[in-house]
Design a binder for this molecule. Structure first.
Ligand code: GTR
Length: 339
């Protein structure tokens, strides 16, 4: 439509122009970010993603919205990380195991038998070391926003009880797509098979692999406990999880919005830790009730496991060895506020 200089048309044109401008203004102010999550909707980590999204939406007065795509709707962990790196996905929550292929220094945070429980780990993650490690992610075009708990990982399998590393000799054990996790399983004498999380259930069921390793909540929520009934509470690793944002997506935002997102993610941590503790206990109980064969920690030769993985420490590059020293010192001096 062309506007003529008659007074009626002029007013209509002005009205349309104002409406269009107002509409544009609203649309350009609204920011929608996509967050990828591998776990189902009711998993504690997913719940924390929603809490993070809620805080962001509330604090921005509805201007910034984070849409959570759970249950691996946007892909498996490794490919999601790649997409976050080049900006096709804005945010994701991942285990640092697959992330360490992009930022090897992260391995220092997930070395086997590094922390004697969740509290020392949290003392490290909340300290300068934890902040520094999040900053390290920038080298690979990620912005590290927070950490989440992921309990302790232990082995489970279809064959029998693991009390000693010799019990797993030659067995095919699925690991995350991580060099460190592969080396760990090989050091224990088994055959490491890296595989995306979503393929593990059928690989166990069809006998392509003999076992895998994970925490109680994942063993439960994936139903792996139904096809791999032997669980050894050997707790070889505590692998922190992180929420990362694409640097490209972050750089597009105004400074105050960047700050708002960083703070909301940090504030969602306590919520996740609380949900994690509750669900970890519930998952363990359900697995015990299901009648699985649980090899308790006291029945396991944990020292034999520790000894076998020592070469992983000896092989670390010097900068990481120093970092591990700092982590150990920090973990040994728990602050009063460690949760
Ligand atoms: C879970 C973790 C997932 C994924 C999975 C796996 O504990 O929360 O992000 O890394 O393990 O083993 O692939």
């Amino acid at each position: 439509m062309t506007c003529r200089a008659t007074s009626v048309w002029a007013w209509i044109c002005v009205a349309i122009g104002i409406a269009a401008l107002a509409g544009c203004g609203l649309e350009s102010d609204q920011i929608v970010l996509r967050l990828a999550e591998t776990h189902p909707r009711d998993y504690p980590t997913t719940e924390a993603n929603y809490e993070f999204a809620r805080l962001v939406e509330e604090r921005s007065g509805g201007r910034i919205r984070i849409e959570v795509y759970h249950s691996a709707q946007l892909g498996e962990e490794r490919e999601v990380i790649e997409q976050v790196q080049f900006g096709a996905i804005d945010l994701t929550r991942v285990s640092i195991s697959p992330l360490s292929s992009f930022v090897p220094k992260l391995d220092a945070l997930q070395m086997p038998f590094l922390y004697e429980g969740a509290e020392p780990m949290w003392a490290v993650l909340r300290s300068n070391i934890g902040r520094e490690m999040l900053e390290t992610l920038e080298q690979a075009d990620f912005v590290g926003l927070n950490y989440y708990d992921s309990g302790a990982r232990s082995f489970y399998n279809t064959r029998g009880e693991f009390r000693h590393p010799d019990d797993m000799a030659g067995l095919q054990i699925r690991v995350q797509e991580s060099r460190l996790m592969m080396d760990l399983v090989q050091a224990l004498g088994a055959v490491a098979t890296p595989m995306p999380f979503g393929e593990v259930y059928s690989a166990l069921q069809t006998g392509v692999i003999d076992g895998a390793e994970n925490n109680w909540p994942s063993y439960y929520s994936t139903s792996h406990y139904e096809v791999a009934p032997y669980f050894s509470v050997n707790e070889h690793s505590r692998v922190p999880e992180v929420t990362i944002m694409s640097r490209l997506a972050m750089d597009r935002l105004a400074e105050e919005d960047q700050q708002l997102i960083r703070q909301a993610a940090w504030d969602a941590m306590d919520y996740q830790i609380e949900r994690w503790k509750a669900f970890e206990a519930e998952a363990e109980q359900r697995i015990r009730d299901a009648g699985n064969t649980i090899t308790e920690r006291e029945a396991i030769d944990v020292d034999a496991f520790r000894e076998r993985v020592q070469p992983l420490y000896d092989r670390l590059p010097e900068d990481q060895r120093n970092l591990v020293e700092r982590i150990r010192d920090r973990a040994a001096s728990l602050p009063a506020d460690a949760s």
